[in-house]
Design a protein around this ligand. Sequence first.
Ligand code: FCB
Length: 450
Amino acid sequence: MDLDIPPGFEFGVATSAWQIDGDVAGRGRCNWDDFADIPGKILDGATGEPACDHVHRLDEDLDLLAWLGVDAYRFSFSWPRVLPDGVGPVSPSGLDFYDRLIDGLLERNIKPVATMFHWDTPSAIEATGGWTNRDTAYRFADYAAVIGERYGDRVDRWATLNEPWCSAFLGYCSGYFAPGRTEPGASLEAAYNLILGHGLAVQRLRELGARNLGIVLNLTPVIAETDDMQAAADHVDRLQNGIFLDLLAGRGISPELRESCASVTDWSFVRDEDNAILATPIDWLGENYYSVFRIAAPSAEGVGGVGQDTAAIPACPPLRFAPRPPFTAMGWEILPEGLEMALRLATDALPGVPIWICENGLATDDVIDETGVHDPLRSDYIGEHIRALLRAGERGFDVRGYFAWSLMDNLEWSSGWTMKFGIVHVDPVTGTRTPKDSALWYRDFLAART
Ligand code: FCB
């Protein structure tokens, strides 16, 4: 690579529990199990069993990480594997699994980076309203304390939530994700309760002595394609980025957002006394960067790929998402320059907080033949984004690491197995892992660091 890599800069890969674990019988049910059982919700009818059968193939996957030569591995705890009913008794076999995972990483000299919640709400908690119920924030903090107490001495860095935007707005507004509710007002309440749960969890873990506490957001630059779409773009930006950054920065809900969403909520769930919890200081921020959103005037043309859906935007004004080529298989625009724009969103709102890119990657149609699994676009994409990140570092952004999404092909939520993001191919029938060309490239790149 033609750019210097700062000392201590971390490289890793990321996964999440529901997408890879399998072994559904070994844990409590979650919202995504229930969602997957509804015909049509997941494109190819896939369910959480067997996913990548990671629970039963743990040692093989740990060896794969060691073979890659990553510094760190970002995984997520499954709340219902630790607490099958979301509250109450812990599962000894669940705790044992995470002991083996974390100790296995440490034995291989790989730093464990743990996400506490990557969208898999225990079904028993979802039944009480899930994140639209304020009480869930407190139940989440109790769960966080259980894992913080047990693993706090061994986990290197903690993220409370992964992309609360998806939980709130795809889960409760567009209904594209579990639990599939379509209630704009409730989705705003969910966004608020998620950050409340985050703040409470950070406080509990800090008290327990756990280190490096943060959160992972999918901050997405929003670009107005024409001047007359600026107001619509601002509305999208406030819901995509602003609401989370404002709450974390202690600014509460902005007057602009209060007003523009007044048709769907009276905001009565907001309490002044929550401010200190919502804005509990964090030690680091994770950003997942995939693309930008371009806002154009409405027309009969398509609305773009997953995650770019006006139905996911409470009180959405007339607009159209207009991604530009080149596209990934998801229909997402490829734009490495957008990474620095995403970093700016974070540093403007939360100055002084160091940033890790916790996910970045793309879905491709790989070519499989007797010589291997060929995915040239993926190595290019990852290389270009690493370059953009290191360049941003040279320009003064406090960036500390990069995680590729994902270690392996997995269950891509509502797209099931139809979208492949892995650097390692997983045969959905046999579970056999085969490093793709991009994994070989990443391994060589990591090995060549001086
Ligand atoms: C992110 C999710 C991750 C994966 C990638 C493609 O939004 O955090 O689980 O689905 O997108």
